[in-house]
Design a protein around this ligand. Structure first.
Ligand SMILES: *[C@@H]1O[C@H](CO)[C@@H](O)[C@H](O)[C@H]1NC(C)=O
Ligand SMILES: *[C@@H]1O[C@H](CO)[C@@H](O)[C@H](O)[C@H]1NC(C)=O
Length: 284
């Protein structure tokens, strides 16, 4: 292309970049997913942050969530709501070693369990192992936990859940266990010790053949606000812990890692919307 022919293009591109600068938002004017340089650029309820799995650089993302039971009401069956779930919720960056051995397992989350719950997470995916004569949360391989893969004793996390349910009497939490525990009644013992048993939603109240779940308001009124699923089929019979795949389907998440961009996820009510950063669970 000759010099003369390229001049109009140069002018147009200069004009376009000037327009882009004029249009660039700031001072609370940036909307969801618009580029930003710091949080004050973003509108209320948003923060300036990154989420490499979705976009380059920094954009305004949600910093608050809307409680699904308040967005609508709590009169629908539990399976009509969608809520945020964290994968490997216990694999928290900065969690100190509890074994004295530096940990090699990679983290998936930035926030503590309590912070995740306060931020609107209502289902936690936890990997449970027999370890050190106790039950631990571990990010391991071949069903065995090691000093260098262990995150924390399960009791610590369960007590955080117990404290949240105590402080938030209208909320319901689901735990989805990738369960490697073989010790007899190992899970039952740790749930007993955590004080969570009083919130237990019994398997016998779960719909067996695709019917709706109980109404949220009834689950709250009955204080049956903890739903626990195990990946071990036989524990439904032996310990009364629901076998996950009797009750649940799961969509594929498209990319591993970086599941923690939770500020971005949208809570949807009664819809089947899903995004890469959120694992949606549908009960039937
Ligand atoms: C709750 O919301 C649903 C869906 O919008 C509506 O059909 C129902 O009447 C509402 N129930 C109450 C008690 O407000
Ligand atoms: C758990 O607690 C219940 C009620 O207190 C008790 O009956 C049961 O034996 C306990 N189970 C285990 C395995 O500790």
């Amino acid at each position: 292309m000759g010099l003369l022919e390229s001049i109009p293009l140069v002018i147009i591109s200069v004009l376009l970049s000037v327009t882009a600068i004029v249009d660039a938002c700031s001072n609370g004017g940036c909307k969801l997913l618009e580029e930003c340089s710091s949080t004050p650029d973003c509108a209320a309820g948003l923060l300036c942050g990154s989420c490499p799995i979705r976009f380059h650089g920094e954009r305004c993302i949600r910093s608050t969530f809307t409680d699904q039971f308040k967005l609508l009401n709590n009169s629908l069956p539990f399976n009509k709501y969608a809520y945020l779930t964290t994968h490997n919720s216990f694999a928290i960056a900065g969690e100190p070693s509890h074994t004295g051995i530096p940990r090699l397992a990679l983290p998936n989350q930035e926030d503590s369990i309590t912070q995740q719950l306060n931020d609107g997470v209502r289902a936690l995916m936890l990997d449970t192992y027999d370890f050190k004569d106790d039950i631990w949360l571990c990010h391991s391989f071949e069903g065995k936990c090691y000093d260098f893969t262990a995150f924390s004793p399960a009791i610590d996390t369960l007590k955080e859940v117990e404290a949240f349910l105590g402080a938030n009497p209208s909320e319901i939490i689901t735990l989805i266990l990738e369960d490697y525990v073989e010790s007899p009644n190992g899970l039952t013992k740790v749930f007993n010790a955590s004080g969570l048993t009083k919130y237990w939603f019994p398997v016998s109240n779960m719909p067996q053949n695709g019917q709706d779940w109980p109404l949220v308001k009834d689950m709250v009124a009955n204080n049956q606000r903890l739903i626990v699923f195990t990946s071990k089929r036989q524990k439904q019979e032996s310990e009364g812990i629901a076998y996950q795949w009797n009750f649940m389907v799961e969509n594929m998440y498209l990319q591993m890692g970086m599941m923690e961009c939770i500020q971005e996820a949208v809570l949807t009510v009664g819809s089947q919307q899903h995004s890469m950063t959120k694992l949606s669970l549908w009960f039937w």
